[in-house]
Design a protein around this ligand. Sequence first.
Ligand SMILES: [Zn+2]
Length: 443
Amino acid sequence: MSIQPRRWLVCAVAVFTLAVSGVSAAQARPYAGPDLPATYQRLLSEIDKIPIFDHHAHPAFPDDTDVDAMAAPPGSAPLRERLDNPELVAAAKALWGYPYDDFSKEHARWLVQKKAELKKADVTAYFSNLLDKLGIETSIANRVAMPDYLDPKRFRWVFFVDSFLFPFDNHQLTARNPDQQVYIPLQEKVLRRYMQQAQINLLPADLNGYLSFISRILGENQKKGGIAMKFEAAYFRPLRFGDPPRSQAEAIYRKYRSGGLPSADEYRTFQDYIFRYLVGEAGRLHLPVHIHTAVGIGDYFNLSEGNIMNLENVLRDPRYANVTWVMIHGGYPYERQAIWLAAMKNVYLDSSLMEIDLYPSEFKNSLKQWLELFPDKITFGSDSFPYNEVLGAEESYWMGVRSARSALAAALAEMVSAGEISEAKALEMAHAYLHDTAARLYK
Ligand SMILES: [Zn+2]
């Protein structure tokens, strides 16, 4: 019997499938076609309606010190983050109906007053109303602690764990540079807070006790609503973590628990051990690990030591296969290498900060490469943060959301127009990036 009819049937099914999905059977092209602007507009109007899961933000009023375990030392801000960015006026107009075209002293007062009135009218509705305005369904609140004014139904807590890396005399670490003089005391403060929470005045007698103390805080924070742990380690040390034996960490702990200056090597070895312990606990407790992987603020942030690729030995360690990793800020400016880490089934990239530091015209290109490689492993985050009373968490939410929606529409429009994907597939990818992929991690 001839196999011809069956082959014909296979071809017919293939043609039908392509027709339904809207992709021509031709090979993808390097250039977009003349339909690009119209495709962009169509996609943008659909993308504007997608409710967002903001995977990384620091919502807070400007006077709230619990917003971060760190503070910003004076440093040079990139162009778009500077206070004379005209987009900030557009943000104020869009969010509050700001009637002026600049932030002169008197004009800015209008804005400060407007926010104060809204806050006074209903402090708990303030940030929830903001999310509504921007189409954000849920936002992560990456903070030291949750305040009463954030509705836990809309804001999910991600707590900091770096302070467990600093139990000893930190004079030597602090003296390294002026930025560390800002950072390290804040880590000590958070550790003291955790000790108060555990009702202890002194560090436990041995490493065993210290690890139990850590686990106790992690468990309590999870019960209080914490859905993930966050490391900012790249601000304090290289992101390459060694793998010392427990006996070595035990000896260092015993030696310095109640005083004495550890050498840089000893401290780092101890931190390597504690980092791995925390990651192991993250797996046991089903708490995803959020980790800062990008440039950092300040004059002394070490870009090469903070390079996301330094984490590869830990990410590809089979002992942590049960740990979900969220690479905050997507490894930027190494995001093009970083996307290959997302080939690991448990590794996700978050684009926060990138869409604020880069303008949409360039962010589109980074996002497009991610979408073309692992579209199901990338998530949106705004990195909203209260820089000051004029550029607040509110305006940075606006900038992140508006930039990401437009850059996403542009990247997907190029992919559709170049024959890579159908428009239906593009919208599926948009939903995944803006909401579904991140939301699924916390079910
Ligand atoms: Zn952040």
